[in-house]
Design a protein around this ligand. Structure first.
Ligand code: SF4
Length: 347
C-alpha cells in the first residue's frame, strides 16, 4: 500500500483537486514542452484485433465479452487475422494491437502458433496481450510470468499494451474486476516484461467510483515502476464508457475531469516520455484540447475498436481528418512507429 501521507502525494492530490483547470493545463503543457520541445504531434496507424470475446473475468465495466458457450462468442481464425493485417498494411499501418478475453478453451500453443503465423505470413509489429491476459495464461497453463513472456517473445511478441490497468488500487479492482490480475500483479507483469526487454504502454481507466486519491496512487505506482525499469513508452487515460455495462449507474465522466486527469498524469508521471490523447472516447475536439493538457501524441488511427464501441462510444476519423485536427491545434502531424520513432512522411 502506497503511503498517502507524504508531502509529495498530498501536493499532487491538492493540485488535482484544487488547481484551476487552466493552471493545471499550463503545468502539464510545461512538462510536455520540456520533454518534447518540437512543435510536433505524433500518431500511429494501427488496428485493434480482438482475437476472442469469450471471457471468464466478468469485469463489471465490460460490454464486449461473452461468457463461454454464449451464441455470440467467437475466436478469430488465423486467416481472418491475417486478412485484417493485410487490410491494415494497405492503409500504411505499422502495428497490430491484439487483445482478447480470458478464454479458457484456447490452449497456449494456439497463441504461440498465432504469433509465428503472423510473423511468417504477415510480418508486422505485434503489440499484444495485456498484463491481465499474461497473468491469465500463467494461471491457466501452470507457468510463471517469466516463462509465459519468454515463450511469447520467442514466437514473435514485440511489445505489450497497457490494457486492463484500470485503477491500480486493489480495493477498486475488488469491486469492479475481482477475477482479473490484481494491482500488484499487473505491475509485476509489466516489471518482468521490461526486464526481459519488452517495451509496454500503461493506461488508466477512471470513473469507476474511485476517489481522487486512488487516481493519484495509480499514477505514483506507475511512476515508481518506471523509475526502476524505464520500460513504459506511453501513458493513456480515458474515462469509463458505462453504457450497456453493470456500471451504467455511475454515468459518464465530463470532459473537464478528463482534461484535469490527463494533465495531472503528465505532471506526476513525468518519467514516461509520451502521453496519448484519447479522442476515441472523448471525441476529436476534446482530443485537440488535450494536446495542450499534456498529450504529445494523438494515438492511433484505429481501423477497428470493439471494446469501447461495444459500450456505445464510436468516434471514428479518417487519416486526413486526423492530420487536419493536429494541424488546426497548432502542431505538425507526424506518423510514427510503435517505438515513437518517426516514419518518413512520403511513405
Ligand atoms: S475487460 Fe477484458 S478481461 Fe474484463 S471482462 Fe472484458 S474482455 Fe474480459
Amino acid at each position: 500500500m502506497l503511503d498517502r501521507t507524504t508531502p509529495e502525494f498530498r501536493e499532487a492530490l491538492e493540485l488535482y483537486e484544487r488547481a484551476s483547470l487552466l493552471e493545471l493545463g499550463a503545468l502539464a503543457d510545461q512538462t510536455r514542452w520540456r520533454l518534447h520541445p518540437e512543435q510536433v504531434v505524433t500518431y500511429i496507424i494501427d488496428r485493434n484485433i480482438n482475437y476472442t470475446n469469450v471471457c471468464v473475468a466478468d469485469c463489471k465495466f465490460c460490454a464486449f465479452y461473452r461468457r463461454p458457450k454464449h451464441l455470440e462468442g467467437y475466436v478469430l481464425s488465423f486467416e481472418e487475422i491475417g486478412r485484417k493485417i493485410e487490410e491494415l498494411k494497405a492503409l500504411g499501418g505499422v502495428q497490430i494491437l491484439m487483445q482478447g478475453g480470458h478464454n479458457p478453451y484456447i490452449p497456449f500453443e494456439w497463441y504461440l502458433d498465432l504469433l509465428r503465423y503472423i510473423k511468417r505470413n504477415h510480418p508486422i509489429h505485434i503489440h499484444a496481450f495485456s498484463p491481465s491476459e499474461v497473468d491469465f495464461f500463467a494461471g491457466r497453463f501452470g507457468m510463471t510470468i517469466d516463462e509465459v513472456l519468454r515463450e511469447l517473445m520467442a514466437a514473435g511478441l514485440d511489445s505489450i499494451p497497457g490494457g486492463g490497468g484500470e485503477i491500480l488500487v486493489q480495493e477498486i479492482r475488488d469491486r469492479v474486476a475481482k477475477k482479473k490480475a490484481g494491482a500488484d500483479r499487473w505491475l509485476e507483469v509489466m516489471e518482468i516484461a521490461h526486464r526481459l526487454g519488452l517495451k509496454t504502454s500503461v493506461t488508466m481507466m477512471f470513473g469507476l467510483g474511485e476517489s481522487s486519491a486512488d487516481r493519484i496512487e495509480h499514477l505514483f505506482r506507475v511512476r515508481a515502476v518506471q523509475a526502476r525499469t524505464g520500460g513504459f513508452t506511453a501513458f493513456i487515460c480515458w474515462p469509463l464508457q458505462p453504457e450497456h455495462t453493470q456500471l451504467e449507474h455511475l454515468g459518464k465522466t465530463d470532459a473537464v475531469t478528463y482534461l484535469r486527469t490527463q494533465a495531472i498524469a503528465r505532471v506526476v508521471v513525468d518519467n514516461v516520455p509520451n502521453i496519448q490523447a484519447s479522442w476515441v472516447t472523448m471525441g476529436p475536439k476534446i482530443g485537440q484540447v488535450a494536446l495542450r493538457f499534456g498529450a504529445n501524441d494523438f494515438g492511433s488511427l484505429m481501423m477497428e475498436e470493439n471494446v469501447v464501441s461495444s459500450a456505445g462510444t464510436t468516434w471514428r476519423m479518417t487519416l486526413p481528418e486526423m492530420r487536419r485536427l493536429i494541424a488546426d491545434a497548432g502542431f505538425e502531424p507526424k506518423r510514427r512507429r510503435q517505438d515513437y520513432s518517426l516514419l518518413p512522411e512520403a511513405a
